[in-house]
Design a protein around this ligand. Structure first.
Ligand code: ME8
Length: 668
């Protein structure tokens, strides 16, 4: 993460991603919001703003208490490990976050307590009692009626009443409606604005903002055991990140943009401005609620288990490919479907054959015919001017689209320019021109024109494709930082004739679709089966369970199975015959295992904990009737059983140390 100095004299722009929960790891839904914010940040910087982007982690509450307990570690250790994972991922994706706020940061606790004090002093907080259905097994309120069971564990709930503090949301109906009327752009897009308006026009009930049944939270000063509850805590992080009580001195508050997913619009567009109004603090300028990434028509989410992680995609196609796909494929604001197929399709057609090909063939022709220097444009023809006009118009269109967060349309316009250039090259066919003076001039003009297009395209796509455009920039012989180029000064013809090209670097090598998908899917499955960094979100047998089906969540504790269910699992004693590492898969070992009736090839996720040589001859428990599957391209036919031990879920192979059991014996 890069921290930027406050630039004197520049207009400030403050934007935020949601503050993500730490009881899970990021999937591409979270990645989507974060990449959009990073793109806006880069774009705004190129338009001369002094930008601050805040992202961070929402680390309090019952879920974290539970996950930490499950992992057998303290909450503080659990959230520190999780936050580090989130941060590391954003770094890998080229996200330039300026502030990473954790709701367990001391400065955040101070800000929440200060905000509460202001609201209370102004008469908008009062003590009361909260009554709800409580699951004593999960230690949490659940959203069911009296007499109904817990939706999580299925056990009976109890009606519990606890003392807590209420925020007088009901007092803000009129102020909020007036505010929305005066600031018609506050909630975007339009559909979300209407949704919020009708919610506020209905009955606005006061909000319970503290709890005495939750321990892992920010204490309400002088009111222990009260701790702040969920949204009063989380939303305030946006303010804590830029000075909290000292926000005026720091100078970035109010935020220009809170970018969120549509499911949390109400908290941002109703509760948050009400809290700020109550405290007498400035209100953010805009809340933008984007749509969901769907997987097979359902929202991609941790609880449904239908998630795709960003890392396998980045490893196979590069971070820019993921950034491009997410911004290009979905109209910002609407829901979009994720598919590996469409992702690789986009990669090959738009990035490899489009931008990549244009850059490499332009450079190769300039290298071959013009001594590696940008040629002169002499005697321009109508088609040269026409392409220049398209490029100039594209600059204006793209800036307008970026400004309105119309990323897919901005990219469409840029790719239309690339297509026009390909056509221009085909009809001008510089490669088949000869060595006469006229031919040389024509070729020079065509290559000058193409190189100019490439410069324009590079600058315009930089906010979306930071890594690859930097390579094209260097290829064009430009030396200044691309991210510091002034977008408002971008114009046709800024590449000077005579300038030497830089070194050519691979951009987007074409990739075989089926193979790329198989690799990404295999990595995704491996990630699902791998122990979580804190072993909290992984089912108990998962680490070595190389052959296990994707398991989104451990079965709820109350769920019992009959013996006939257990009997479906055929487990036998096996003996490891060979064991070797798999190139490119740090966690996997490829084993051959004698199970009595045959020798099986099985992959196990134990490579980080077991030396292959030491495993040979060892007797292990093997699930032999699991459907075969491929892991990192290697067939795995069965599963080795292991315990998951300690905070990092270290796999320990189940074995038979006390007796020499026969190979092939069934475990029942
Ligand atoms: O709600 N498609 O955190 P969270 C698109 N801690 N975006 C998605 C998505 C999907 N399928 N799934 C998640 C919280 N997101 C609170 C926020 S803010 C003060 C507190 C993105 O970890 C989207 O931005 O559940 C969504 O709003 C956010 O992740 C929810 O993240």
């Amino acid at each position: 993460m890069e921290r930027r100095k406050m630039a004197a004299g520049k207009q400030k722009y403050y934007l935020t991603t949601p503050i993500y929960y730490t009881n899970g790891l990021p999937h591409i839904g979270h990645t989507y919001s974060t990449i959009v914010c990073d793109t806006i940040r880069r774009y705004k910087r190129m338009r001369g703003y002094d930008v601050v982007l805040t992202t961070g982690t929402d680390e309090h509450g019952i879920n974290v208490e539970r996950s930490a307990k499950q992992a057998g570690i303290a909450e503080s250790e659990f959230v520190a490990k999780m936050a580090a994972q989130w941060k590391a991922l954003w770094d890998e994706l080229g996200v330039q976050g300026d502030e990473f706020i954790r709701t367990t940061d001391l400065k955040h606790a101070h800000t929440v307590q200060w905000l509460f004090k202001l609201c209370r002093e102004n008469g908008y907080v009062y003590p009361g009692h909260y009554t709800g259905q409580y699951c004593i097994y999960d230690n949490a309120y659940v959203d069911v009626k009296p007499g109904e069971n817990c939706p999580d564990c299925g056990r009976p709930t109890e009606t519990v009443t606890e003392p807590n503090y209420f925020f007088k949301l009901s007092a803000f109906q009129k102020p909020l409606l007036d505010f929305y009327a005066k600031n018609p752009d506050f909630i975007q897009p339009e559909a979300r604005r209407n949704e919020v308006l009708s919610f506020v026009e209905g009955e606005l009930r006061d909000l319970s903002i503290t709890r005495t049944t939750v321990r892992w939270g920010i204490p309400v000063p002088g009111e222990e055991p009260h701790v702040f509850y969920v949204w009063f805590d989380a939303l305030t992080a946006y303010l804590s990140a830029v000075g909290g009580p000292q926000y005026e001195k720091v100078g970035y508050w109010p935020a220009d943009l809170h970018l969120v997913g549509k499911e949390i619009i109400r908290f941002h567009a109703v509760y948050w401005p009400a809290f700020l109004m109550a405290a007498g603090l400035p209100i953010p300028k805009q809340i933008w609620a984007h749509g969901w990434l769907l997987m097979d028509s359902a929202k991609m989410s941790k609880s449904l288990g239908n998630v795709v992680r960003p890392r396998p995609i980045v490893r196979v196609l590069g971070m820019d490919a993921l950034r491009y796909y997410l911004l290009r494929e979905t109209v910002f604001g609407q829901d979009g479907n994720f598919s590996y197929d469409a992702l690789v399709q986009r990669y090959n057609s738009d990035l490899a054959n489009g931008l990549g090909n244009l850059a490499s063939r332009t450079a190769a022709m300039i290298e071959k015919n013009c001594g590696g220097r940008i040629p002169k444009a002499s005697e321009k023809l109508a088609q040269d001017d026409e392409l220049a006009k398209i490029a100039q118009a594209t600059i204006g269109d793209v800036l307008e689209e970026y400004e309105a967060l119309g990323f897919s349309r901005a990219l469409e316009a840029i790719w239309a320019l690339i297509a026009a250039t390909d056509k221009y090259l085909t009809s001008g066919h510089p490669w088949s021109l000869g060595e006469s003076e006229a031919d040389q001039k024509r070729r020079g003009t065509i290559l000058w024109t193409t190189a100019q297009v490439l410069r324009v395209v590079t600058v315009l796509t930089h906010p979306v494709l930071p890594e690859s455009t930097a390579k094209v920039w260097a290829l064009l012989g430009e030396t200044g930082a691309l991210g510091a180029v002034d977008l408002d000064g971008l114009a046709w013809g800024q590449l000077a004739p005579g300038a030497a090209l830089g070194k050519s670097q691979a951009l987007f090598p074409r990739i075989e679709k089926a193979d790329a998908i198989e690799r990404m899917e295999a990595m995704e499955k491996e990630a699902q089966n791998a122990p979580s960094p804190v072993a909290a979100t992984t089912p108990a047998a998962a680490p070595a369970a190389a052959g296990a089906a994707a398991a989104p969540a451990a079965p709820a504790p109350a769920e019992k199975i009959g013996i006939e269910d257990f009997a479906k699992v055929e487990m036998r004693v096996g003996q490891i015959k060979t064991a070797e590492r798999i190139v490119g898969a740090d966690k996997l070992l490829k084993l051959t295992v004698d199970i009595g009736t045959e020798i099986r090839q099985i992959c196990a996720g134990i490579a980080q904990f077991y030396e292959p040589e030491k495993l040979i001859g060892r007797k292990v428990a093997v699930v032999v009737n699991l459907a075969p599957r491929k892991l990192r391209g290697v067939e795995s036919n069965g599963m080795i059983v292991a315990a998951s031990v300690g905070p990092e879920g270290r796999p320990v192979l189940a074995g038979f140390p006390d007796e020499d059991v026969e190979i092939g014996a069934r475990l029942k």
